[in-house]
Design a protein around this ligand. Structure first.
Ligand code: ZN
Length: 183
C-alpha cells in the first residue's frame, strides 16, 4: 500500500498549516481524512485534500441526506447514504444518528428509508440528526408481517395485520415520490 494512503480519521495535516479540503474534515486541531484515499497536499494553496479514484462524496455539516438504515442499535442507527442534498451518491458512506432522546420504541427498522441532517464529523464518524419535523422515516414496513403501513397520529398501523407501532416519521412520510421532494 502506498505510504500516502489514508483511512477515515487519519491525521493528514495540522490546521495551523493547512485548511481542510476535499474528503477531509477539521477536528479543531488536525485536518483528518474522511475516506480511504490518497493524501494530496496543496502546498501553494495550503489545502490538505484526500483524493479518491471513485470521487467519494462526503456530506458536509448542514447537508440533508436520504439513506437506507443499515443497523439499529439501542441508542443509535447507522445509515448508508444514498442522496446528499438530493443528488444520488454511489459511494455508500455511512453516518450514525443518535436516537437516545426520542422516546420512541422503534425509531427505525433495518432497510427503512430515512431523511437526516448532518451534524458533525467526529473521529472519522459522520453524525446526523433526526429530531426535526421533516427529518425521520420516509418509508417503512410492518415489523410483524412486512406489510404496508399508514400513519395514525404519532404511530403507524399495518394495513395487513393491524399491528400498531411507533417510528420517528418525517413530515414527508407517505409521499411515495420522496425522491422528487428533495431540496
Ligand atoms: Zn403487519
Amino acid at each position: 500500500m502506498p505510504e500516502n494512503t489514508t483511512f477515515p480519521g487519519d491525521k493528514i495535516a495540522s490546521i495551523e498549516e493547512y485548511e481542510a479540503g476535499y474528503n477531509t474534515f477539521d477536528d479543531g486541531d488536525m485536518v483528518r481524512a474522511a475516506i480511504v484515499g490518497e493524501k494530496d497536499i496543496d502546498k501553494t494553496a495550503r489545502i490538505a485534500n484526500v483524493k479518491h479514484p471513485k470521487l467519494l462524496s462526503i456530506p458536509q455539516v448542514g447537508d440533508i441526506i436520504i439513506g437506507t438504515v443499515a443497523a439499529v442499535m439501542s441508542s443509535m442507527i447507522a445509515v448508508s447514504i444514498d442522496y446528499i442534498n438530493g443528488k444520488p451518491t454511489t459511494s455508500k458512506v455511512e453516518c450514525v444518528c443518535s436516537t437516545r432522546n426520542l422516546r420512541i420504541r422503534n425509531v427505525a427498522l433495518v432497510n427503512d428509508i430515512v431523511k437526516l441532517k448532518i451534524l458533525n464529523h467526529l473521529n472519522g464518524t459522520i453524525h446526523a440528526a433526526i429530531n426535526e419535523p421533516d427529518l425521520g422515516i420516509l418509508f417503512t414496513k410492518c415489523r410483524k408481517c412486512g406489510g404496508r403501513v399508514v400513519p395514525m397520529r404519532d404511530a403507524i398501523k399495518c394495513t395487513e395485520c393491524a399491528w400498531i407501532d411507533e417510528r420517528k416519521l418525517s413530515s414527508g412520510f407517505g409521499n411515495s415520490d420522496f425522491i422528487k421532494m428533495r431540496e
